[in-house]
Design a protein around this ligand. Structure first.
Ligand SMILES: [Zn+2]
Length: 58
């Protein structure tokens, strides 16, 4: 099970109902809830794969 730091429990907890999402800045993130208190927790996984590096397109 993936883990994330819960702000409320102030400890590392397992992510309940984890969902992988991609943020605007092309970072993959795992989102879910804390099994202890139900607070939303998230964890950054890293850069999204498959996207070609498009540097400075201005
Ligand atoms: Zn918690």
């Amino acid at each position: 099970m993936p883990t994330a730091r819960c702000m409320r429990c102030r400890t590392q907890v397992e992510i309940k109902d984890p969902q992988e999402i991609v943020l605007k800045n092309n970072l993959r993130s795992l989102k879910g809830v804390c099994p202890n208190c139900g607070t939303k927790v998230s964890r950054i996984l890293g850069k999204a794969t498959g996207a070609k590096s498009s540097a400075k397109s201005a």
